[in-house]
Design a protein around this ligand. Structure first.
Ligand SMILES: [Zn+2]
Length: 124
């Protein structure tokens, strides 16, 4: 499979297995060893976690809820925005979501795979 090169740098596409977003990668290291580490899967997609799903979350990071655990479905909605208020461990984060008027909409512990880091949240 041929990959398109931009300015001599290979820039293959990858799909994030968590949030399903497609993004373009700039491969600055050796493309052959990179191909070995991130092979294209049987369905033709190359799955690599995007920055938002891979980043180590810390307190005050803004996140978007990608998925809601069964037990929290009544409380949390997919697409809700929240802020990390406490890091329980590498896989679980206490997230607070705030209403437009500043009151707390919900606060609960969510697993990492349900969250996506939002680098530049819009303040509307
Ligand atoms: Zn992602």
């Amino acid at each position: 499979m041929a990959l398109a090169g931009i300015g001599g740098i290979e820039a293959p596409y990858a799909t994030c297995p968590v949030c399903k977003s497609t993004f373009r990668l700039r491969v600055t290291e050796n493309i052959d060893s990179w191909e070995e580490r991130f092979p294209v899967s049987a369905d033709g997609n190359r799955y690599i976690k995007c920055f938002g799903c891979w980043k180590d979350l810390k307190e005050f990071d803004v996140v978007e809820v990608l998925d809601v655990p069964e037990t929290l479905q009544d409380l949390v909605s997919k697409g809700d925005m929240g802020t990390i208020v406490l890091v329980h461990n590498a896989h679980e984060f206490e997230v607070e979501s705030v209403n437009g008027n500043g009151s707390t909409k919900w606060q609960c512990a969510l697993p990492r795979e349900c969250l996506r880091y939002v680098p530049n949240p819009s303040t509307c």
